[in-house]
Design a protein around this ligand. Structure first.
Ligand SMILES: N[C@@H](CCC(=O)N[C@@H](CS)C(=O)NCC(=O)O)C(=O)O
Length: 207
């Protein structure tokens, strides 16, 4: 049995959650309370030496880092529809996966943290971080928008790991940018939101 250690509001955990729900792969869900700092318990550090969620334990095999887990699951359980085996096609998935991780996900979470979560949880928004994130998105969102024009999904005809990597961060865009300026990105978010697997992820956390 695959044990999946997560926190419901962690976007990195949600990537794994989304893939497992899409694949219909059976798993045992274990919530790690970040509020109680359970991610730093010695029993958990065996699974993830960095003391973060997510992590998995598949039989005797433990693995952390969300991207490594996504690749492991698709290879181990032959979920090739999400990560094509043809070298060039897989490289395209890798390219958009890396582009979004480096240039879209990071600034979106920085904006979400500073514009929404910090005020909500009594933290202090950092104006410099907000300015840098907005500048970076101004430069890189048009690149994503262009890629999504005329496509349903980022690379392949259906959902791939490139989309799965983006979605848990993309949902913040609704609250932190003017999404109407990016109609293809907005349509992609709406399309992914309609997938039952994503609805399952969201209904679990209630957000
Ligand atoms: N690079 C890691 C990032 C994981 C990460 O940052 N997880 C956060 C939750 S979203 C966490 O566990 N934070 C708790 C901590 O750092 O103590 C991955 O891709 O899995």
């Amino acid at each position: 049995m695959l044990h999946f250690f997560h926190h419901p509001l962690s976007p990195y955990s949600r990537k794994i959650f989304f893939l497992l729900e899409e694949a219909g792969h059976p798993y045992d869900l274990r919530t790690v309370s970040l509020e109680k700092k359970e991610q730093k318990d010695s029993s958990y550090l065996v699974l993830n030496p960095a003391g973060r969620v997510p992590a998995i334990k598949d039989g005797d095999f433990a693995l952390s880092e969300s991207n490594a887990i996504l690749r492991y699951l698709t290879r181990k359980y032959q979920l090739h529809q999400f990560y094509p085996t043809a070298v060039e096609e897989q490289a395209q998935v890798d390219m958009w996966w890396d582009f979004c991780s480096n240039h879209i996900n990071r600034p979106l979470i920085d904006l979400a943290w500073n514009k929404i979560m910090a005020p909500r949880y009594g933290g202090k928004p950092d104006a410099a971080v907000i300015a840098k994130a907005e500048k970076n998105l101004e430069r890189d969102l048009p690149v994503l928008e262009k890629q999504l024009q005329g496509r349903n999904y980022l690379v392949t005809a259906d959902l791939s790991l490139a989309d799965i990597n983006l979605m848990p961060f993309a949902i913040y865009a609704k609250d932190v940018i003017r999404l109407d300026d990016f109609p293809a990105f907005k349509a992609w978010i709406n399309r992914v939101e309609e997938r039952q697997a994503w609805k399952n992820v969201v209904s679990y956390s209630g957000h």
